[in-house]
Design a protein around this ligand. Structure first.
Ligand SMILES: Cc1cc2nc3c(=O)[nH]c(=O)nc-3n(C[C@H](O)[C@H](O)[C@H](O)COP(=O)(O)O)c2cc1C
Length: 334
C-alpha cells in the first residue's frame, strides 16, 4: 500500500532548510572510496541511485575525520582539503534527487585495527571495545593532545562538509564507534573531567558540538546516539533520554536513534518492522527536536503509522531502500 503521509509531510528546519518528506536514508558504508578515502565514480553512482528512493534526507556513510579513525578499506574520508571536490559532487547528486544532503562524521576510536590506522588505536580508556564475534585490541587511553586532535579533526572535517555543500552534519556517536565509546560508561572509565559522571562522559562530544556551532551556525547538526547500548553496564534507555535532553539543550537540531556498543544489527529479542522504534519513541516523548527512528522498516504504511501518531519525526529506511531504491519509491511513495 502506498503512503499518503509521505507525499504531504515536508519538515521545515532552521535557515529555510526543508525535507520533502519524513523518510531518511541512514548512513550506510558503501566501501566505494579509494584506499585513501577519496570519492570515486562508483561512490557517485551509488548515491545517485540512493537518491532515487524519493527520501527527504540522504545521509552519506560514516566518513573518517582523521587517518587514525579509519575502520575499513575503501571507507570514505574527510580529513584532507583535497577530498572536498569529490565530496561536493556527492552532495550535488543527492540534492539533485530532491533530498537534503547529510554526511556522517566518525572516528573509530578503539573499534578498528592498527593496520587500518597506521599504528594508533585510541579510546577514552584502555578497555577493548566489545564487538560481536570479534576480539578487539586494547586501545591506549587518550591524553589531552589526542583529545585536542579529535576536536580539531571533527571541526576541520565539519568545515569541509559545509564547503562541499552538505546541509546536515551527523556526529556518529552510536554502534560502538569512537564517540559512542566516550559517552558510554562501559568504555569510558576515566577519572579526569572527561569521564566519571554524566557530564564528564559527554564533555568531548559537547566540545566538538560547540566548536562546530561557533564556526558553522547555519549547518543542521544531527547526533546519532544509541537508544541503549544493549550490553550490561552500558547506556540504558533512561541514560539515553537524559543524553537527548541535554543535546537538545545545547542546540543540536536532530537526534538519530540507533543502537550502541553492541552494533547496529537487530537485537535477538526484537521482531518485525521498527525494531529500534521503542527507544526512539521514548526519546521523542521527552524532547521537542525531531527524532529519527530506525530498524527493519520496509513499508510506507508502517512509516505512516509511526509518524502519523507522533511516535517519531522521521523514519530511516536502510536495507529496504539499499536493495532497490527506485522500486522502493514506486511501491511506497510514487
Ligand atoms: C551495508 C550497511 C552499512 C552501514 N553503515 C553504517 C554507517 O556507515 N553508519 C551508521 O551509522 N550506520 C550504518 N549502518 C546501519 C544503518 O544505518 C541502519 O541503522 C541499519 O541498517 C538498520 O536499518 P535497516 O534495518 O532499515 O537496514 C549500515 C548498515 C548497512 C546494511
Amino acid at each position: 500500500m502506498k503512503t499518503l503521509l509521505n507525499k504531504s509531510s515536508s519538515f521545515h528546519f532552521k535557515n529555510d532548510l526543508s525535507a520533502i518528506n519524513r523518510i531518511v536514508v541512514p548512513a550506510m558504508a558503501s566501501q566505494t572510496a579509494t584506499a585513501s578515502g577519496y570519492v570515486t565514480e562508483k561512490t557517485l553512482k551509488h548515491y545517485a541511485n540512493l537518491s532515487n528512493s524519493g527520501a527527504g534526507i540522504v545521509f552519506v556513510e560514516y566518513t573518517y575525520v582523521h587517518p587514525t579513525g579509519k575502520s575499513e578499506d575503501n571507507q570514505l574520508g574527510i580529513f584532507d582539503d583535497q577530498q572536498i571536490s569529490g565530496l561536493s559532487k556527492l552532495s550535488k547528486v543527492i540534492s539533485e534527487g530532491g533530498a537534503l544532503a547529510g554526511i556522517q562524521l566518525t572516528h573509530a576510536g578503539g573499534k578498528t585495527t592498527r593496520e587500518q590506522t597506521g599504528g594508533a588505536l585510541m579510546g577514552p580508556s584502555a578497555i577493548a571495545v566489545p564487538v560481536k564475534d570479534q576480539s578487539m585490541e586494547i586501545p591506549t587511553s587518550m591524553n589531552q593532545s589526542e583529545i585536542e586532535l579529535w576536536k580539531s579533526s571533527f571541526l576541520s572535517s565539519a568545515k569541509r562538509a559545509s564547503l562541499a555543500g552538505f546541509s546536515i552534519i551527523e556526529l556518529h556517536s552510536a554502534h560502538g564507534y569512537g564517540l559512542n565509546q566516550w559517552i558510554s560508561p562501559l568504555t569510558n572509565q576515566r577519572t579526569d573531567n572527561y569521564g566519571g559522571s554524566f557530564l564528564g562522559r559527554l564533555k568531548l562530544l559537547t566540545e566538538i558540538i560547540e566548536l562546530i556551532q561557533v564556526e558553522l551556525p547555519e549547518i543542521l547538526l544531527s547526533v546519532r546516539i544509541p537508544g541503549r547500548d544493549f550490553l550490561e553496564a552500558g547506556l540504558s534507555q533512561e541514560g539515553t533520554i537524559e543524553i537527548a535532553k541535554y543535546l537538545e539543550k545545547i542546540g543540536v537540531d536532530i537526534i538519530n536513534v540507533s543502537s550502541g556498543i553492541g552494533g547496529w544489527r537487530r537485537p535477538a529479542d526484537r521482531a518485525g518492522q521498527g525494531y529500534l522504534i521503542p527507544e526512539a519513541k521514548a526519546i521523542q516523548q521527552n524532547i521537542g527536536i525531531p527524532v529519527i527512528g530506525v530498524g527493519g522498516i520496509e513499508t510506507g504504511q508502517f512509516i505512516d503509522e509511526i509518524i502519523g501518531n507522533g511516535n517519531i519525526s522521521f523514519a530511516a529506511v536502510g536495507r529496504a531502500i539499499l536493495n532497490n531504491p527506485e522500486l522502493w519509491k514506486e511501491k511506497n511513495i510514487a
